[in-house]
Design a protein around this ligand. Structure first.
Ligand code: FEO
Ligand code: CA
Ligand code: CA
Ligand code: CA
Length: 592
């Protein structure tokens, strides 16, 4: 344990050191509880998890793989209950080599998956909703709760907004272009003031294969989204819709934000096309001074962009149903970061500027289906992989996690992305007009920006910059997700520190304002191979939920010989992605 600094941080815990181990670790005085793991029952009488005899029928009712985004929705709806609620969790993707015996590493290994295994993987994608309760200081899932639900890669969904029904969304299974089966690669997400959840489709490209990727009519559009002749997964061998040569439009039905109501387990999830199509990390909201709702979004790719969606109308706090289709009308903007410290938000509106028929956009639907090309034409600022973009409710300032971009050259640097070969990433702050006054104008088309921190190890990695009192445990690498506690302190989760810096991923916390600004302190360290996702506080700040994703995903690590068997450490049991709850042993607030 590193001695507590005499620095000015308001955070009261003693840091843990950097490391890399089979087990995870948290600051002294805190306790780690496993809430739910891959294979645990979600719906009804799901069979006990047996990794050697897994079936599609079992997976369809069990907790999925690679948990990422977490939301805690209190029960009852509209309350701030911190001891009972719905845990909503994304299942981003699957690690075939750690799920099944006899697969082995890489794409070659993945192509060994059988038809049954491929369907298990599809059903291990999507989301889980489980009711959870805290009793005697311990969190547990409520079995058979009426709220418990699995949403998978096969769940029927509706498409709404300007692109619904467009020819480019029609397939042989869905000639209407409005009914899609499933959601894929749900990375982070967000929620709405009316209590629904948004889950964001990120690297959807990797599920599709086919020579049409390079030779077909949509080759150029595919290229911009990374859709290749040889995708990562072998599902196309068993399921025609993932074969580009058979269903060239199926990929256009992914890459969206999906809204659903976790309080209604029968509600059909809706793909909201007005919010754009790209590799969405997430979509977190802030309420603008005039009541319109603004959703900040990152497109997680090297040299891609930061977006925001502004609803056309204010939300209605008195009538939940009145907000039902609020996300179908509004304006999508993309950010240009000027070197003089201004952010300019550029509207992606058909007919405005270069977004015209002459440039290949026949309608707003086409602007949205090919959001990236529209943003290219608007000359948005190419960023270092935008992950979470999230407003601090205490200050109105918005934090952009830029995870890394090793491909940026010295010629490509700008003041908002100031480092060439940026292997450790950085955090940029966007300051909307009125920030700090309780009337921040998140809908404004101009804002200011500043650098909050430059990640990496000070003294070793060029350009690393934090508070000067940051300790040898306090530096971080590859910021990905973030959360804010009620005091406005930022909690940053990382993804990529093992390869970028040779240390485990984890959680770092810092003040955002005052004398301790950007004095990051290491709070939690992940087990080997894992990234940390979804940091989520209960409203009372007394529980911090974390999604521990892809534990054991190290080079050469397989089902037979994993690098860790976290969290069970039972012989023959593979590592299991799981959601953990961190509580303070004395019951106090996290970080107190
Ligand atoms: Fe799935 Fe952007 O991380
Ligand atoms: Ca991830
Ligand atoms: Ca992420
Ligand atoms: Ca990431």
């Amino acid at each position: 344990v590193v001695p507590m600094t005499d620095g000015p941080s308001t955070l009261g815990f003693a840091e843990i050191r950097h490391g890399m181990a089979q087990r995870d670790a948290v600051a002294e005085g805190y306790e780690i509880q496993t809430v739910i793991r891959w294979g645990d029952a979600v719906v009804g009488e799901a069979p006990a998890f047996n990794p050697l005899a897994q079936t599609p029928a079992a997976q369809e009712v069990q907790f999925g793989y690679n948990n990422d985004f977490i939301d805690f929705r209190p029960l009852p709806q509209g309350s701030r209950n911190s001891d009972s609620g719905l845990l909503v969790v994304n299942h981003e993707y699957t690690d075939t080599q750690l799920m099944f015996a006899g697969i082995g590493a890489g794409r070659t290994g993945r192509m060994r998956a059988t038809a049954d295994q491929s369907r298990i993987e599809l059903l291990a994608h999507g989301l889980s909703v489980v009711e959870i309760r805290k009793a005697d200081g311990r969190w547990a899932v409520v079995p058979n709760s009426r709220y418990n639900r699995r949403i998978t890669g096969e769940t029927p969904m509706r498409v709404s907004g300007p692109a619904a029904g467009h020819d480019l969304l029609k397939t042989s299974a869905d000639p209407t272009g409005t009914r899609v089966l499933g959601t894929l690669n749900n990375c982070a997400g967000g929620n709405t003031p009316w209590g629904t959840v948004i889950t964001s489709e990120e690297n959807f490209n990797q599920y599709f294969s086919g020579s049409a990727a390079t030779t077909g009519a949509q080759a150029e559009a595919y290229r911009r989204y990374g859709i290749a002749a040889e995708g990562t997964y072998g599902w196309f061998r068993f399921m025609d819709r993932f074969d580009l040569n058979k269903e060239p439009n199926e990929p256009n039905r992914f890459g969206w934000n999906v809204e659903f109501d976790p309080y209604d387990p029968t509600a059909t999830p809706v793909k909201r096309t007005a919010m754009g199509r790209f590799k969405h990390e997430g979509a977190t909201h802030a309420i603008s001074a005039d009541g319109r709702v603004v959703f900040y979004q990152g497109d997680d790719e090297r040299f891609d962009y930061v977006y925001k969606f502004v609803t056309a109308r204010p939300w209605n706090p008195n009538d939940r149903a009145a907000n039902r289709d609020l996300l179908d009308e509004g304006t999508l903007y993309v950010a240009r970061f000027h070197d003089d410290g201004r952010v300019e938000w550029l509207p992606l509106v058909h007919g405005q500027g270069p977004l015209t028929a002459a440039n290949g956009f026949a309608s707003q639907a086409e602007v949205l289906i090919n959001t990236r090309r529209a943003a290219d034409l608007l000359q948005a600022t190419p960023m270092d992989r935008p992950e979470d973009v999230e407003a601090n409710p205490a200050t109105g300032r918005v934090y952009v996690m830029l995870t890394n971009n090793s491909n940026r050259t010295a010629q490509q640097v700008n003041r908002a992305n100031p480092r060439a070969a940026n292997t450790h990433g950085h955090v940029v702050e966007i300051i909307p007009p009125g920030a700090g006054t309780n009337a921040a104008d998140h809908a404004a088309t101009e804002a200011r920006w500043a650098i909050f921190l430059m990640a990496g190890k000070p003294g070793t990695d060029a350009g690393a910059r934090y508070h000067r009192a940051t300790t040898d445990a306090g530096w971080l690498s590859c910021p990905d997700n973030c959360a804010f506690d009620s005091k406005g302190r930022i909690w940053i989760a990382t993804d990529g520190a093992p390869s970028a810096a040779g240390v485990a991923d984890g959680i770092w916390a810092a003040d955002t304002m005052g004398a301790g600004r950007a004095l990051t302190k290491q709070f939690y360290r992940a087990p080997t191979g894992a990234e940390v996702c979804g940091p989520c506080f209960t409203p009372d700040d007394r529980t911090l939920f974390l999604a521990i994703q892809h534990p054991g995903d190290d080079a050469g690590s397989t089902f037979e010989r994993p690098s860790t068997r976290w969290p069970d450490f039972a012989e023959g049991m593979p590592p299991r992605p799981a959601v953990i709850a961190i509580v303070k042993k004395d019951g106090g607030e996290i970080g107190s």
